[in-house]
Design a protein around this ligand. Structure first.
Ligand code: GLN
Length: 392
């Protein structure tokens, strides 16, 4: 057979999504790939049923149907405090995943340096490879996941063209403060670089933490590309709807890439999702309350059985420390991936190994998510309690 491209030899499939397959195969409780096990808002499902008969069923405008562009424009203009022009400054994509990939393809030339925090959401690794970017990793140091701003300045001095900021941060749950974002923003301005943000967990920020939009900071609209998604906000991860927001010139470039990558996001789903985007502010307050309760409930459960974890300020992920297990003779020398596979098969709870997020050689952290009904979280905790018994 002729040789495949060198490009695909440099990365593996997504471990997050692989863990879902392993979990399904063994009938485990899937706390690996983050997605909810509950329904989207009823208005969205009702609208989907209507759209089944009303249409559209054919291609939408490549960059997004005018209805969804307007709805996103309205919602996000309010959020960032700036009038976004839906016809020029938004591109609707197939999930946040495509918005990030199309952004990287639109702003990066092969060999350009791009800063990425570590741990990072694993897609960014593949995005960098496929766009030809050379990543410079900036450690977010556990357990607080703080970073050294001097390393970022160093990265810009080495010529980094952009910095990718996942805020709130997958997998570590960090929420960047306004001061941190201002400091990064000032460097972007000083070194004339882009800030690429992934804000798909914007509504899952737990009090007293607050979400600050990079694009809302002084001088940052001009150089920020905000990647976002409807997946988490409306519990519709399977619909694959996302978008990028940026100044017109940048969006023009992203739209070109998007046009040839996917032509467009599913037209009927774009139409039905408008029912979600048009929900009142109280919807987001309720969503936040729901996830705050889930977080507190799940963390209390982990505490009760003595499992060590961080306290996420945002997202629905929690990092669990498995160091004590790796000391036991039966786990000695195991990688975190092997541990996660063992845990899925023998404990019946699937997690994502931390090594799929960290650039550093870190083997003692795994990621769980809590976007699950309480009864499922209860069952997961009681299974994890059995695992904890191994330490007694
Ligand atoms: N963001 C989710 C996670 O990290 C999954 C997203 C995806 O698989 N596209 O688990």
């Amino acid at each position: 057979m002729p040789r495949l491209s060198d490009r695909v030899n440099t990365f593996t499939d997504s471990v997050i999504r692989r863990m879902t397959r392993i979990s399904d195969e063994h009938g485990a409780i899937n706390l690996s790939q983050g997605f909810p096990d509950f329904d989207p808002p009823k208005v969205i499902m009702d609208r989907l049923a209507e759209v089944a008969y009303e249409g559209p069923h054919q291609y939408s405008v490549t960059y997004g149907d005018p209805n969804i562009l307007d709805a996103i424009g309205r919602k996000q203009s309010k959020a960032i405090g700036r009038q976004i022009q839906p016809d020029k400054e938004i591109c609707v994509t197939c999930g946040g995943t495509e918005s990030m990939m199309a952004t990287m393809m639109a702003i990066v030339n092969p060999g350009d340096k791009v800063m990425v925090f570590s741990p990072f959401y694993e897609n960014y690794g593949a995005d960098a490879i496929l766009s030809g970017a050379e990543p410079i990793y900036i450690p977010l140091v556990p357990p607080t996941y703080s970073f050294d701003i001097n390393l970022i300045e160093e990265g810009f001095k080495q010529g980094a063209k952009a910095i990718v900021i996942c805020n709130p941060s997958n997998p570590c749950g960090k929420v960047f403060t306004k001061e941190e974002l201002m400091a990064i923003g000032e460097l972007c301005i000083k070194y004339d670089a882009f800030a690429v943000t992934d804000e798909v967990y914007e509504h899952l920020v737990y009090a007293p933490n607050e979400h600050v939009y990079m694009s809302s900071l002084p001088g940052m609209w001009e150089r920020t590309i905000t990647c976002n998604s409807l997946s988490k906000t409306y519990s519709i991860t399977g619909w694959r709807l996302g978008y990028a927001i940026a100044p017109e010139e940048v969006i023009e470039a992203i739209r070109k890439v998007h046009d040839f990558l996917t032509v467009g996001a599913p037209a009927p789903l774009q139409e039905a999702a408008c029912a979600g985007l048009n929900l009142p502010e109280s919807y987001y307050e309720d969503l936040n309350k729901l996830y705050t309760e889930k977080r507190d409930y799940f963390l209390a459960g982990l505490d009760k059985v003595g499992i060590k974890h961080n306290v996420p300020a945002g997202t629905y992920f929690v990092m669990v420390d498995i160091s004590d297990f790796l000391e036991l003779p039966q786990f000695k020398g195991m990688t975190d991936l092997q541990f996660c596979e063992w845990m899925t098969i023998n404990i019946g709870v699937a997690a994502v190994p931390g090594s799929s997020f960290f650039r550093e050689d870190i083997n003692n952290l795994i990621r769980l998510h809590f976007a699950r009904e309480k009864a499922t979280l209860d069952e997961a905790i009681s299974r994890l309690a059995k695992m904890q018994d191994l330490l007694k």
